[in-house]
Write a protein that binds this ligand. Structure first.
Ligand code: ATP
Ligand code: MG
Ligand code: MG
Ligand code: MG
Length: 439
């Protein structure tokens, strides 16, 4: 992409309305635009990052055996009356009427709809296990939308739903998602800690919130510092081996970690003092086993091997990709701007032309741009008339992991400069050496 033809509305001054650093940086980097309270348009740079995050999530969901579908955003109130949640959900639900006065709603989540699909098509235990997910916009009329896309009213969610015959197989499904989440957050460059969370009336210990520690987080959390050093499962993990999954989950639940609602002062006090973490956290994911809560009232029943019909056991598994964009920035920035992990950077490389109009510089940049593009690298070529200082500032603000700085002086000696955003380190290299390093 040539910056001269791109749409990157950078703000030089710090927006007053933004209270936390990720919100300020997302506005300054031209990633999002607020359209109403808690409702955002995603501008090109933001959209690129959001898509990359979704792709990482999708790859790990697919790897674990989950299957992608797409359910609508608008749902019928009648469906929610079947589970009893239409009244219970309260003011967070956006209720709508169509031209025939039929009551509709903008989905805050999809348990009812997924249960309806299962009820329609899944007949036998032989069709199980099944895990269906989608990545779709949700609406929750939050009392206090704030911090930009961290707590917005319209937000993107990956929500998966597992369907199993009984409790034991539902736990295997739960563990699959647990492990898939560990891998997902690791690939996004985050240290997310699974913390025991509330299960409501269902009880049991199969609800975990995945939390990132950050001073701007809205939840108070308590955990053992050992989680910060723990290894995440590698790409070879076998999702068809329940024992392997269970041993990973056992390890990742072996230390104390709980959100405020489930906090146990005594258990926490038993941790050696220098390993106790009491901190603020951001909820980026939540997995939940809820048994027959929806299948029972909605009649999603299937026959087991004995021919007897019973309600299916289900769980749901959410991740917020739009919140993640902000959470990743909270975890990875400096005074100059965003520092994207390479896996989700909007562009991997910036080519900064320090003297547009100088024939040799233009030619070197053009050829770098063409060569990197041909090798499948996402490049942003700054071919604008801006001063060098302003180009450096933009590249750092939007967090390009690698920046190739091309100017007449260096070229006279046959070199360009390669800057790494993460640590600011710089190297002087030939064009060929730069290409070999990056692509
Ligand atoms: P919170 O406690 O922050 O209100 P939640 O527990 O209500 O979140 P879930 O119903 O567990 O959220 O939804 C799954 C995921 O969706 C959350 O872990 C989070 O990543 C994301 N999410 C929920 N609400 C919002 C929101 N208002 N804005 C952005 N992302 C959200
Ligand atoms: Mg909520
Ligand atoms: Mg929550
Ligand atoms: Mg939650």
């Amino acid at each position: 992409m040539r910056l001269s033809r791109y749409f990157l509305p950078i703000l030089r001054e710090v927006p007053k309305e933004a209270e936390i650093v990720s919100h300020r940086l997302m506005l300054r980097a031209g990633m999002i635009r607020q359209e109403s309270a808690g409702i955002y348009a995603w501008l090109p740079l933001g959209k690129r990052v959001l898509d990359k995050i979704c792709n990482v999530i999708r790859e790990e969901q697919n790897r674990s055996g989950a299957i992608e579908i797409m359910m609508p955003t608008i749902q019928s109130a009648d469906l929610w009356r079947e589970s009893g949640r239409y009244e219970d959900y309260g003011k967070e639900m956006l209720r709508i009427k169509d031209r025939h006065e039929r009551e509709m709603l903008y989905g805050p989540t999809n348990e009812e709809m997924l249960t309806e699909i299962v009820r329609a098509y899944v007949r036998s235990y032989k069709d199980l296990p099944l895990n269906l997910y989608h990545i779709q916009w949700k609406f929750r009329d939050e009392v206090r939308p704030r911090f930009g896309v961290m707590r917005s009213r319209e937000f993107l969610m990956k929500d998966a739903y597992s369907i199993d015959l009984d409790f034991e197989s539902a736990v295997v499904a739960y563990n699959r998602m647990f492990v898939a989440y560990l891998r997902t957050f690791e690939r996004l460059g985050l240290k997310a800690i699974p913390m025991v969370a509330d299960t409501g009336p269902i009880g049991g210990n199969h609800s975990h919130e995945f939390i990132i520690l950050a001073s701007t987080g809205e939840s108070q959390v308590f955990c053992h510092s050992g989680y910060l050093e723990m290894d995440t499962p590698d790409v070879g993990v076998n999702f068809d081996d329940p024992e392997e999954l269970q041993s990973i989950v056992n390890r990742w639940t072996s230390h104390y970690a709980a959100t405020e609602e489930k906090h146990d002062e005594e258990a926490f006090a038993a941790i050696p003092e220098d390993q106790r973490l009491s901190a603020r956290g951001i909820e980026v994911g939540h997995i939940f086993y809820f048994g027959t809560k929806y299948s029972e009232p909605m009649g999603a029943r299937i026959a087991g091997p004995d021919g007897v019909e019973r309600p299916v056991h289900m769980g749901s598994y959410g991740i917020g990709p739009s919140r993640l964009v902000a959470a990743i920035i909270e975890a990875s920035h400096d005074e100059n701007g965003i520092i994207w992990p390479e896996a989700i950077a909007p562009f991997q490389v910036g080519v900064l032309n320090l003297k547009v109009g100088d024939a040799a510089t233009d030619a070197a940049c053009e050829s770098l741009y063409a060569e990197l593009t041909a090798r499948g690298v996402d490049v942003l070529y700054d071919d604008t008339e801006e001063r060098p200082g302003s180009k450096f500032a933009t590249a750092d603000l939007i967090g390009l992991p690698w920046q190739i700085i091309v100017g007449p002086k260096g070229l006279a000696a046959g070199t360009v400069e390669l800057k790494r955003r993460a640590d600011g380190s710089r190297e002087t290299l030939s064009v060929d050496a730069v290409l070999a390093r990056i692509a």
